[in-house]
Design a binder for this molecule. Structure first.
Ligand SMILES: Nc1nc2c(c(=O)[nH]1)N[C@H]1C(S)=C(S)[C@@H](COP(=O)(O)OP(=O)(O)OC[C@H]3O[C@@H](n4cnc5c(=O)[nH]c(N)nc54)[C@H](O)[C@@H]3O)O[C@H]1N2
Ligand SMILES: Nc1nc2c(c(=O)[nH]1)N[C@H]1C(S)=C(S)[C@@H](COP(=O)(O)OP(=O)(O)OC[C@H]3O[C@@H](n4cnc5c(=O)[nH]c(N)nc54)[C@H](O)[C@@H]3O)O[C@H]1N2
Ligand SMILES: [Mo]
Length: 713
């Protein structure tokens, strides 16, 4: 083998091989990560990827999903051209059309709906990908529609709302300065690999961890001093029971409560009913474990709470459970104190990067007059108070029923009906539309319902602005040309705005104009960012100072930490409670416990999957070949079910089949399965009306089910 061949084989970047290293980020999962990637490019093709060692956030790490990035980009079933539907909706028969023709058809149809029914009858929806969202949001508003929405209707925003209702701002745990960390549903090992590194470091430093999780997980094994293996959906009862114990034992911070909080008396009176026995009964925990955990948390401060935004809120009582948890911070005087919870303003896409951008102004500047409430906003008024987007969990109903006004067309960017509860209902809704356009990388089961499907490109084929925690900003460059005829979402929207002649000069100037607008008060320019292939430190960035917020007054009507939320009190007559009351998720359902004996939790994260997206990626799929339902080993034994047996999971909404995976990690009585599979879609099991009245979030993790063995055929 010649020297060059050896260099080529080892994929060494140098002049001799013609291999170049080009830097970008991986956007396969959450914006908190978006790890730096070194793409090895030869002749316009990515031949290898690695994590960027010098990246200030990810330090060279990539997770299981990101490591498969090259496979993702080069998946053979990438959409290659714009497509026009020629078969029935959902059938999947399309023919290629030119971009010009596709734009013309979209423009004609959206304008027609606007003319006949009004602009609000066109809804704009974004799936997981975030970078183009402000642009899409402004597009919707410029078009005249109030109905912009996103996957946020199920993710993160309920917790943001709970913080807003209590203190007016989001917050982060200052774990580095805590003695004790109370981890509600904390398991970064599957969902946030950068967080898991940090947690292990904190553990090595001797911090105490209490982890509340129905499952045994890497976090309960590697971190927990106390593991509370709680019944799903009962975290609120636990938090209220803890509050009661804290007050009874005089472990609360009376001075802090007196000076900085509001509504303590009412809250204290309410929590008094959650004595140890009641709390243990509701949560399925042992009294002594609750006592030990509460004592450790309340008497060894400073203590912080590290929670995950979704497991607590994916319940029909999730918002109040989350608020009950937040209230522990006020009770123990740990809010806005070193080692406790530190309030932080988001910079861009929920990243608290420590500097201010004109993010929301970019679209709010052109917000149309509200002729109607946005979809879901009448039903979920608290959502509407805090969020400037629709609560899309009511979208399928509104499309099908046409009330309070019709939705006749949808522009979907990565819209995926498999993540909506009662997916079949969403399919029916999409079928009934006058017009549906979907932009995606692949021909998803959702795209099959579209009249026009447009091919988007991946983050490797475009550039994007991004702010990172720690005070960083970056603007990536494409590492390869967009494959086939694909384009970036913003380019598509910009070209469509031109064809539609939208009256919005700033929008029509494109993405860089958007970013320039947002960073206009900051000391760097887009060119500065583009000149560096790593994130740069932003001069204006500053770390949140504990105590500032308490001193200057919080963002609530009373300026205090509100156990009794005055924002929520506005909706008392609609049955919303200003104190964090607890209600069971499962008792009030129209179903018989004997018929559906198991608690069904859908969507606890798998390290090798991200929603519906990479189930088809060979590397990722090889780690868990088949969709599997995890259930307790003894429960399985009682039913005569063994590993690999096919079982049917049935709820009042629907049924799906999966292989059984009996495990000691699962609590008796619980059933856990992952979502997003085409062949076994968890959301066929979840009812669309099974939502939290405060946030509109679905009860993805609070349904009942039964397991029926499927005889071998
Ligand atoms: N049962 C159950 N359901 C759940 C959850 C659960 O725990 N249980 N979790 C919920 C949560 S927290 C979330 S965040 C949602 C996630 O729900 P979604 O965001 O809908 O999930 P994805 O499967 O990631 O779908 C995104 C789609 O965008 C496409 N896509 C990827 N990149 C791009 C791009 O750059 N442009 C365009 N136009 N399209 C792109 C993908 O191919 C994919 O089809 O799921 C929710 N649904
Ligand atoms: N690999 C991977 N990573 C992801 C994603 C992915 O799909 N795959 N999705 C991303 C997205 S959009 C999100 S929102 C985040 C979610 O991030 P996380 O919320 O961290 O994800 P989960 O693993 O679903 O939840 C953590 C733990 O919550 C537990 N749990 C379930 N129900 C309850 C409950 O009622 N109470 C308590 N106390 N615990 C409960 C589960 O057993 C699980 O171990 O993950 C992000 N990261
Ligand atoms: Mo999410």
């Amino acid at each position: 083998m010649s020297d060059i061949e050896k260099l080529m084989k080892a994929k060494i970047a140098c002049v001799e091989t013609g291999i170049e290293i080009k830097r970008t980020l991986c956007d396969i999962c959450c914006p908190v990560m978006h790890c730096g990637v070194d793409a090895y490019v030869k002749d316009g093709k990515i031949i290898k990827i690695e994590g960027t060692k010098e990246h200030p956030r990810s330090h060279g790490k990539l997770c299981t999903k990101g490591a498969g990035g090259r496979q993702y980009v080069y998946r053979e079933d990438r959409l290659k051209t714009p497509l026009k539907r020629v078969g029935e909706r959902g059938e999947g028969r399309f023919e290629p059309v030119s971009w010009d023709e596709a734009y013309r058809i979209i423009a004609d149809n959206l304008l027609k709906v606007r003319k006949e029914y009004g602009a609000d009858s066109v809804a704009f929806f974004s799936g997981y990908t975030k970078w183009y969202r402000q642009y899409l949001h402004r597009f919707a508003y410029s078009f005249g529609s109030i109905n912009y929405g996103s996957e946020c209707s199920t993710c993160f925003k309920a917790s943001e709302m709970a913080w807003a209702a209590t203190v007016g701002l989001d917050s982060q745990p200052d774990m580095e300065n805590s003695n004790v960390i109370l981890g509600f549903a904390l398991n970064g090992f599957h969902s946030n690999h950068l967080l898991s590194k940090r947690l292990l470091r904190l553990r090595e430093q001797g911090k105490k961890f209490i982890i509340i999780d129905p499952r045994k997980t890497p976090a309960t094994k590697k971190l927990a001093d106390i593991h509370l293996q709680i019944q799903p959906g009962t975290d609120g009862a636990l938090a209220l029971g803890m509050a009661n114990l804290i007050i009874q034992n005089n472990w609360h911070d009376k001075e802090y409560i007196e000076k900085y909080t509001y509504g303590f008396e009412e809250y204290a009176e309410y929590v008094s009913q959650f004595d140890l026995a009641t709390t243990a009964r509701l949560t399925g925990l042992k009294e002594e474990d609750i006592y030990e955990a509460t004592k450790l948390y309340a008497t060894n401060g400073p203590a912080s709470i590290m929670e995950t935004s979704c497991s607590i809120t994916h319940h029909t009582n999730g918002f109040q459970n989350y608020r009950a948890m937040i209230c522990l911070n006020g009770l123990t005087g740990n809010f806005d104190r070193p080692g406790g919870q530190i309030p932080e303003q988001s910079t861009f896409y929920d990243m608290p990067a420590g500097f201010r951008m004109y993010e929301h102004e970019y679209y709010l500047d052109v917000q149309p007059d509200r002729k109607h409430d946005a979809v879901g906003c009448r039903k979920f008024p608290l959502w509407s108070k805090f969020m400037d987007e629709m609560q899309a969990m009511d979208l399928s109903r509104q499309i099908l029923e046409g009330t309070p006004y019709p939705i006749k067309a949808v522009y979907g960017a990565g819209m995926n009906m498999k993540i909506f509860p009662d997916t079949k209902k969403m399919a029916e809704a999409l079928k009934s539309l006058d017009f549906f356009v979907d932009v995606d990388l692949f021909m998803t089961s959702t795209a099959k319902y579209a009249d026009i499907v447009l091919p988007a490109c991946t983050s490797y084929e475009r550039g994007e602005f991004k702010a990172y925690i720690g005070g960083y900003a970056t603007y990536t460059k494409p590492v390869i040309e967009p494959l086939y005829q694909s384009k970036s979402d913003v380019q598509i929207l910009k070209e469509l705005a031109d064809v539609m002649e939208l009256d919005d000069e700033l929008l029509r100037q494109g993405y860089d104009a958007e970013i320039n607008y947002m960073i206009r008060d900051l000391s760097f320019t887009i060119d500065d960012l583009k000149a560096s292939d790593l994130p740069i430190k932003v001069k204006e960035a500053r770390e949140a100072e504990p105590g500032e917020f308490t001193k200057n007054g919080m963002g609530t009507p009373t300026g205090k930490f509100e156990f009794y939320s005055n924002y929520i009190a506005e909706f008392k007559d609609m049955g919303l409670s200003p104190i964090p009351t607890y209600s069971g998720t499962l008792d009030d359902e129209d179903m018989d416990r004997k018929e559906y004996p198991f608690i069904l939790v859908t969507g606890s994260r798998l390290p090798n999957a991200i929603h519906s997206r990479i189930h088809n990626l060979a590397w990722a799929r090889s780690l868990r070949k088949d969709p599997m339902v995890d259930l307790n080993l003894e429960d399985a034994r009682d039913m005569g079910i063994e590993k690999g047996d096919m079982v049917e999971i049935q709820t009042i909404t629907g049924s799906i089949r999966m292989k059984a995976n009996p495990s000691v990690k699962i609590r008796r009585g619980d059933v856990q399965l992952y979502h997003g599979y085409t062949e076994a879609n968890a959301n066929d099991l979840i009812g669309s009306r099974h939502t939290d009245p405060y946030s509109g979030f679905p009860g993805f993790k609070s349904s009942r089910c039964r397991i029926v063995p499927v005889p071998c055929s």
